[in-house]
Design a protein around this ligand. Structure first.
Ligand code: NAD
Length: 520
């Protein structure tokens, strides 16, 4: 392991990234297409997780700023929903093109502000581009079925109509892609979107908004189709989730946040899409290709410094291959280059902040108390001075240990043994969360069992690939404490529209359903 670089590339690249994306040292936190504004007098400072240096200060949106944004969003919805869906798709196509042009700089900003390595920052922008392409196709295929009526000369059908202003709340770890998954779909569905990004990554949100503003402006569209409010959860966040004018809140973040938002939105009978924490495992069978399993477990656990909702947190390994596999994994861990996320040689960047490092340390201490044995890692590193870097860590422990049952958002991997495949499945499902899961096996019976109703209880269940790195074409989300929401591909778009059943009598005679007679 090496953590020797002293000068962060981010410091040198910051000016170039800022210039390309319209960022400055002083910014304001509210926008609906025109000038940025804010009048709270309350400033948010954003820091590089790599060096701890201040990147910018943003005046946060006040309650009055929120009201101004919402007024504009509601007005824009009336105009936007009237545009035919394929025309809305054309705008989203242009957003995808603009993102292609800015991919390098936006990807670099993700690395600078969030700390994921350059290739992952670029990958995140690629996800945005992919979902735009998907949404463009969708804009011509949003459809409902025609149904058979029991009444003569009647036709039944379903239509999907735009919903309104969609509130998007995003987590720090995917500071641009999560917004795009929601917003590109919402836009082609005829909705307008109001984004409250994580306070840990406000610059990513400002940069995205600047990119789409140019597209909307060039097309002469009204302000308010894309809106952002950067502000405290206790002000802007609470206003958003309590707002009866927002029929749908899509919220990505911790289970604790989801419980609060789900409760508030549910109490006003609004809709929510909840994308919450995971506790993802790979079962590694003795009938598996161990080379592939090693590559997937390594990326799943160490990639993004363990800060993906789909990060691999548990390995459930058949006892015959356990020792060999863990030994090889440790050898890989020893080679991890930890350092500046903008340096192409780096494999693992920092955690988001010192609070995340404290959680990492607490988890390791708890694991030790609960019978765990640290097989590798466990130390905090300071290659650039800030205490935000950690060693990726492997701990041998039982699945039932309390710490294993909770998501720690850091590169801590728990390894455990199983004897029979049934035992492995039981351990696999015996956690409160249900996001992503995988099995490595060449046995058809094990693979089928894993994806069957008897198998994984997660929203994503993979065979011979890891838990991390979903494609946008599939519906993304999880069960149990992960919240049950689905975003991105497949038919997830339905959550962003309202369904209407139409019955049309084209024969003239009135027939009551179920043969009811009602004549005076
Ligand atoms: P977090 O819960 O701290 O914050 C997420 C967002 O919720 C932020 O924008 C925050 O400001 C907002 N928020 C918090 N309380 C709010 C309130 N009362 N009203 C309105 N908004 C409020 O999460 P985080 O630390 O940013 O992200 C990490 C978590 O997100 C992990 O648990 C991870 O698994 C999860 N995550 C899940 C998915 C998924 O798709 N399932 C994807 C990415 C991240």
């Amino acid at each position: 392991m090496a953590a020797k670089k002293k000068q962060s590339k981010g410091t040198n690249e910051k000016n170039r990234i800022f210039r390309a994306l319209g960022l400055k040292a002083r910014l304001k936190g509210a926008n609906c297409g025109g000038e940025w504004f804010a009048g709270s007098g309350d400033h948010l400072e954003t820091f590089s997780p790599t060096t701890g240096e201040s990147l910018a200060r943003i005046e946060q949106a006040s309650a009055a700023d929120y009201a101004k944004v919402m007024k504009q969003a509601k007005k824009a919805f009336i105009a936007w929903r009237a545009l035919p869906a394929p025309k809305r798709g054309e705008i989203v196509r242009q957003v995808g093109l603009a993102l292609r042009e800015k991919k390098d700089m936006l990807g670099a900003l993700v690395s600078l502000e969030m700390g994921k390595i350059r290739t992952e920052g670029l990958g995140e922008v690629q996800e945005m581009i992919d979902i735009c392409d998907f949404a463009v196709g969708l804009s011509r295929t949003l459809s409902g079925p025609t149904l058979q009526s029991e009444r003569p000369k009647h036709r039944m059908m379903e239509q999907w109509h735009p919903l309104g202003v969609v509130g998007v709340i995003s987590a720090f770890n995917f500071p641009v892609a999560v917004w795009a998954w929601n917003t590109a779909l919402a836009w082609v569905c005829g909705d307008v979107a109001l984004w409250k990004p994580s306070s840990k990554t406000p610059l990513c949100a400002i940069a995205c908004q600047n990119i789409v503003n140019e597209v909307f402006r060039a097309n002469g569209l009204p302000e308010g189709i894309s809106c952002v409010t950067i502000g405290r959860g206790s002000t802007v966040g609470e206003l958003l989730i309590n707002d009866h004018d927002i029929p749908l809140i899509s919220a990505t973040g911790s289970t604790r946040m989801g419980q609060r938002i789900g409760g508030v939105v549910g109490a006003r009978l609004g809709r929510s899409i909840l994308e919450l924490g995971g506790n993802n495992a790979i079962i590694i069978s003795d009938k598996a290709d161990l080379t592939g399993a090693l590559a997937s477990a390594f990326f799943g656990a160490v990639g993004t410094a363990g800060q993906r909702c789909t990060s691999t947190r548990r390995l459930i390994i058949q006892e015959k291959v356990y020792d060999t596999f863990v030994k090889k994994l440790i050898a890989n861990y020893k080679r991890v280059q930890i350092g500046d996320p903008l340096d192409p040689g780096t494999l693992m960047g920092p955690l988001i902040d010192e609070g995340a490092v404290a959680d990492y340390e607490k988890a390791i201490a708890a694991a030790k108390k609960q019978g765990g044995k640290v097989l590798y890692g466990g130390k905090v590193l300071k290659p650039f001075g800030a205490a935000t870097f950690v060693q990726p860590t492997i701990i041998a422990i039982e699945n039932k240990a309390e710490i294993v049952q909770n998501e720690t958002f850091a590169p801590v991997l728990y390894v455990m043994k199983y004897k029979t495949f049934d035992q492995a499945l039981k351990m696999h499902n015996d956690v409160p969360q249900g996001l992503s899961s995988a099995v490595y096996t060449d046995s058809m019976a094990e693979s089928e069992a894993f994806t069957s109703y008897l198998g994984s209880d997660c929203g994503l269940a993979n065979v011979n690939i890891g838990t991390s790195g979903a494609e946008i074409g599939g519906a993304f989300g999880g069960e149990k404490e992960t919240g049950g929401g689905r975003e991105s591909g497949s038919d997830s778009w339905k959550a962003y529209m309202r369904r209407q059943t139409n019955t049309i009598n084209w024969g003239g005679e009135v027939h009551l359903a179920q043969g009811v007679e009602f004549k005076a």
